[in-house]
Design a protein around this ligand. Structure first.
Ligand SMILES: [Zn+2]
Length: 452
């Protein structure tokens, strides 16, 4: 059986053949560490973890190298550091913010059952490689220096826009507003920029005197080069990264190394929305991974994510989490069973461009057939076993004295009967202080639940 993967670069599902089967190489864009990751960020981490597990299953555990970077130099990080630790020198504050956020991210994705990548390079530890790449691009005539910035000149690359399938004319038409004075063309992008004395800075490339810092795109070209080579097998990330981030990574790497491709296969997961709406801070439906993990264990979060094919948009709903919980309850007895082999139908589903909804349907069918050893093997391969073992760490267990709650509920009922609203409200507040929320239903009954 062959693994077939959809390639954004060719818009086709292709048979996957690694450049070197003894060393399958995958790069995935990782987090910018300044705040808790949101549930949309969990999607690529889970999707590419399943791919990593499948590749290890197919080629052997030691034969796959998975690299996911950590972006620890970014203007959003600088802003957060200054805001959170105004009294500290900026560089020290930045270190505190990035270390704390990196740990939070690891704790979150561990709880989702994700394996750690083989290498997690940090941008700030690869400034030398970035400088090297930039100097190659300047020398080869693909980049120019203007007002202490280094810019990539997109017009110099014949097939710029190939990944996103956009022509330079189309892109320029959309980018007419406020073109920076140091750009020759509105689509030219920053490889390096000067830093002010209070900003993080490193010695600049190409004879620029003022210290500076890299643009975002160059870091992934530098880190994938360092850890995977000039050309590698798979590059992944969210669909929102296709343009400009991945387009620009391709431009930098291919023009620096004079190669026809950067990665052979480009894979992108679809968007995530919440209860049918776009997730945004202004709509108040912005959910962090940690918030979800406070009420649901990691295996249910992971399973909910995998019920939708990775290229489809996903609607994140409480209903779906509940359904995952019911499914999990059906499979629970398999967890204690020694695993045999994953079924052919299950592996076939994953080989078909990571068709996880079909793989999950197979879990149901194995459960119905009572083939628990095969079911356990499939659950293992999807990473659900690890997620169930580690996924409960953030669950907040509020234990309440049920007898006391029922007693107060009765007292409140009596108070309401005699229309003593003041006493009724006082009891409601007392319950609230215990972490209990009460609800007066239309049919006259009153129910209670633990506040989350
Ligand atoms: Zn990247």
């Amino acid at each position: 059986m062959e693994l077939r993967l959809y390639n954004t670069l060719t818009k086709e599902k292709e048979v996957f053949q690694p450049l070197d089967p003894a060393r399958v190489r995958m790069y995935v864009c990782g987090p910018t560490v300044y705040d808790f990751a949101h549930i949309g960020n969990a999607r690529p981490v889970i999707v590419f973890d399943v791919l990593y597990r499948l590749l290890r299953h197919l080629y052997g555990e030691g034969k796959v190298k998975y690299v996911r970077n950590i972006t620890d130099v970014d203007d959003k990080i600088n802003a957060r550091a200054a805001e959170e630790y105004p009294k500290l020198p900026l560089n020290e504050a930045i270190r505190l913010v990035t270390e704390k956020t990196e740990n939070q991210f690891h704790d979150d994705v561990d709880a989702l059952g994700c394996l750690r990548p083989d290498v997690e390079p940090r941008a700030t530890e690869h400034i030398g490689e970035m400088r090297d790449l930039i100097e190659r691009l300047v020398k080869a005539g693909f980049a120019y220096i203007e007002q202490e910035h280094v810019l990539f000149e997109v017009g110099k690359m014949a097939d710029y826009g190939k990944l996103a399938r956009r022509s330079l004319d189309e892109m320029e038409a959309g980018a007419r507003v406020e073109v920076a004075p140091y750009k020759r063309n509105p689509m030219d992008f920053v490889l390096w920029k000067p830093s002010k004395p209070n900003e993080p800075g490193w010695p600049s490339p190409s004879g620029i005197k003022t210290p500076g810092r890299p643009g975002w795109h160059i870091e992934c070209s530098a880190m994938s080069w360092k850890h995977l080579g000039e050309t590698f097998d798979i590059h992944g990330g969210g669909i929102d990264l296709v343009f400009p981030h991945h387009e620009n990574e391709i431009a930098q790497s291919r023009c620096a190394f004079h190669t026809p491709v950067m990665a052979k296969t480009w894979m992108h997961n679809g968007f995530l929305q919440v209860e049918g709406e776009k997730m945004s801070k202004s709509l108040g439906n912005f959910i962090t991974i940690r918030e979800v993990l406070r009420t649901r264990p990691g295996n249910l979060v992971r399973l909910s994510m995998l019920k939708t094919h990775y290229r489809q948009p996903i609607d994140w709903t409480v209903q779906s989490l509940n359904e995952s919980q019911w499914a999990w309850a059906d499979w629970a007895s398999a967890l204690k069973t020694p695993a045999s082999k994953p079924s052919e139908e299950f592996i076939g589903a994953l080989l078909d461009d990571l068709n996880t909804p079909r793989a999950v349907a197979e879990l149901h069918s194995l459960s119905k057939k009572g083939d628990l050893p095969a079911l356990k093997a499939c659950i293992d391969l999807l990473g659900l076993t690890e997620a169930s073992e580690r996924g409960g760490v953030f669950i907040t267990n509020i234990s309440v004295d049920q007898v006391k709650v029922e007693e107060l509920m009765t007292l409140r009922h009596v108070a309401r009967e005699r229309k003593d609203w003041k006493e009724s409200d006082r009891i409601r507040d007392e319950l609230k202080a215990m972490g209990v929320v009460i609800k007066d239903n239309k049919d006259g009954t009153t129910t209670w639940e633990i506040a989350r």
